[in-house]
Design a protein around this ligand. Structure first.
Ligand SMILES: Cc1cc2nc3c(=O)[nH]c(=O)nc-3n(C[C@H](O)[C@H](O)[C@H](O)COP(=O)(O)OP(=O)(O)OC[C@H]3O[C@@H](n4cnc5c(N)ncnc54)[C@H](O)[C@@H]3O)c2cc1C
Length: 455
């Protein structure tokens, strides 16, 4: 089979690359290979009844399939260069923002219209944060919500399937360079293309490493973010979430001058398990539909760990910590903040008697047996700092779920076209290490499509 362009991975990066190529590429022959299922077939077997915890499916429906890791996410599209990736380093700040707005327009035209966009511009919280040694990062955020995000993906797929060949449940095994063309190996077959776009996300990080080794593409990696997910009554953060929806707040600890930040804030949301390569960590999302709202808000508190030579395996370090929580708790551990600062484990009774009803069935335990002291101290300091702008954050009953780990893909060396040293081979989205978010990954897809089309 011969194609003009083959895209590997049908996450936001791959989808938006396919969208722009199909829309503006005339008769281009385009194929998308995806190891996960089609959107309609993505079903996580956990039903809370017969299957209560992760059974480690061959293809995790939460992380892979049409829509990628973002399919069942909260659908928060942050339009900013302040976080979510470093796309601007390759394409320029103004271009990056323009691309993110373009992605937003596409989402609005495919079912997202009517959803709210929030902004930090002119907010009073900028000053309040600064007065309390906290820094509020600038962003506009479109909140699609898990339900509308799904509808947008469904509409995009229905439009794209007319013009693009999708191969689901078809992991690409290998990519070979032959003169100026690429041969893609999948399902025991070979497919040829002029241009190849790799967008395999976080779940494809190990495969991406293999491709880089085989094609001798330089990479670097030295960062992992480790922390907990905080869950508290929504009313404690409502003054912030009502105005900003998601506030990204950064704190520098007094003790070690480490950077701690809030991440992925979900007003009236739920805490969920996440499975990365068989390791269970914690995450969260929320729904746009008010009927699915809970009485709680959750967000992550993450401490960034940068390593220097000779240590290279930052993700391995994060995995080991997550494994420790899985070993002690059989999965995610939950602890009341009051128990943590008193140096005792939480148990079933203490959680049940608390005022915050957990939205995830995690194992009550002791996070101080899992998290390194420096990281734990940073989290505790940050909780007290947040308590000054959102009193009640440091209440005894505030729940902490651990561990939340944000793995970073190694950074693949790509140029200003997001093209690696092999001409015609583009590496985009979270799999490239350049992006870490829906909006940046999607924007990188549009960008390479235009580069391929010489626009
Ligand atoms: C629970 C959860 C909630 C999130 N919430 C948000 C949010 O609200 N806002 C935000 O900005 N970000 C959020 N994120 C992060 C966001 O989903 C990612 O940044 C984004 O999906 C990255 O897009 P991508 O296309 O680069 O990769 P992905 O979405 O990971 O897609 C990559 C795809 O490639 C496929 N693949 C991998 N290897 C191969 C192979 N060898 N052959 C074929 N296919 C392959 C995978 O199956 C996957 O479907 C969330 C993530 C999770 C897990």
């Amino acid at each position: 089979m011969k194609y003009d362009v083959i895209i590997v991975g049908a996450g936001p990066g791959g989808i938006f690359a396919a969208y722009e190529l199909a829309k503006r590429g005339g008769d281009l022959k385009i194929a998308v290979f995806e190891e996960g299922h089609a959107l309609a077939d993505r079903k996580c077997p956990i039903d809370g009844d017969k299957v209560k915890s992760c059974i480690k499916c061959k293809n995790c429906s939460i992380m892979s399939g049409f829509g990628g890791a973002g399919a069942f996410s909260d659908g928060k599209y942050n339009i900013t260069n302040d976080f979510g990736g470093t796309l601007y380093e390759h394409v320029g700040k103004a271009k990056a923002i323009e691309l993110m707005h373009y992605v937003d327009d596409i989402n609005m035209a495919h079912g997202g219209e009517g959803t709210r966009i929030y902004s930090t511009a002119g907010t009073q919280f900028d000053k309040i944060c600064m007065q309390n040694k906290l820094k509020l990062l600038n962003a506009s955020v479109r909140h699609l919500g898990t339900d509308i995000n799904y509808i947008v993906l469904e509409n995009l797929y229905n439009e794209l399937k007319e013009k693009v060949d999708f191969y689901f449940e078809t992991p690409v095994e290998k990519i070979e360079k032959n003169n100026e063309k690429y041969t893609v190996y999948a399902n025991g077959q070979t497919y040829e293309c002029e241009k190849c776009v790799i967008s395999v996300g976080r779940i494809g990080s190990k495969w991406m490493e293999q491709v880089c080794q085989e094609l001798d593409i330089p990479t670097k990696s030295n960062r992992v973010d480790i922390g907990v997910r905080v869950e508290l009554p929504a009313v404690i953060f409502s003054h912030l979430t009502d105005e900003l929806y998601e506030s990204k707040i950064v704190y520098r600890t007094e003790k070690f001058e480490d950077r701690v930040r809030t991440f992925c804030m979900n007003p009236h949301g739920v805490v969920v398990n996440e499975n990365t390569n068989g390791i269970i960590t914690v995450n969260g999302h929320s729904y746009e539909d008010p009927e699915k709202h809970t009485e709680n808000t959750n967000f992550a508190l993450l401490v960034a760990k940068h390593f220097s030579e000779p240590f290279k395996d930052s993700n391995g370090y994060g995995e080991s910590i997550a494994r420790l929580s899985n070993m002690l708790g059989g999965g995610v551990i939950v602890q009341r903040f009051g128990d943590l600062v008193r140096g005792r484990r939480s148990n079933k009774n203490r959680i049940e008697e608390g005022l915050v009803r957990p939205t995830l069935a995690a194992t009550p335990g002791d996070l101080s047996l899992v998290l390194p002291k420096r990281i734990l101290d940073a989290i505790i300091e940050m909780i007290y700092a947040l308590d000054k702008i959102a009193p009640g954050t440091a209440n005894d009953d505030t729940l902490l779920y651990g561990v939340e780990v944000k793995f970073y893909n190694m950074e693949v060396e790509v140029d200003e076209n997001l093209e690696c040293k092999h001409k015609g081979l583009y590496i985009i989205g979270d799999g490239s290490g350049v992006t870490h978010s829906l909006s940046h990954a999607s924007a990188s897809g549009i960008y390479v499509a235009r580069k391929i089309l010489k626009m």
